[in-house]
Design a protein around this ligand. Structure first.
Ligand code: ZN
Length: 133
């Protein structure tokens, strides 16, 4: 039997993609795979929408009750000293982190699309494995 070594699926990943995926791996993905991936998908979709002037990622519908925020409004202006009570930080740690990485130029909107696609496949796996709730 001819068994090939598995391809390195991260071989062509950009630094921005790797950066976001590293944060996701450090999150609760092992114990709550579906909930954790959902949280990151919403954060990425929200930031993507803001960074692209309103483009929506697949299977994502923003709340009709919340206006479209700008990327600037999603980034805490006092990251080093903020008590977490500002409007940007109130969106949650994950959204704040993704927005900051995009605003700082570490992560591109193409990186966000790639991570979202990976999480979308992971979401399908979680549902098929009965790990959703
Ligand atoms: Zn803040």
């Amino acid at each position: 039997m001819n068994v090939k070594a598995p391809r390195n699926l991260n071989r062509n990943a950009t630094p921005g993609y790797r950066e976001v995926m590293a944060h996701i791996r450090m999150d609760d993905i092992r114990y709550d795979p579906w909930g954790t991936s959902m949280g990151w998908m919403f954060a990425i979709a929200d930031v993507y929408r803001a960074a692209t002037d309103g483009e929506l990622l697949p299977d994502y519908l923003p709340s009709p009750y919340v206006g479209a925020p700008t990327l600037d409004a999603m980034v805490c202006v006092n990251r080093d000293t903020c008590d977490g009570e500002c409007a940007a930080c109130a969106d949650g740690y994950t959204t704040q982190l993704v927005a900051s990485m995009v605003a700082d130029g570490y992560v591109t909107v193409a990186d966000l699309r790639a991570v979202y696609a990976t999480l979308s496949r992971f979401d399908t796996w979680c549902r098929l494995a009965g790990r959703d709730y």
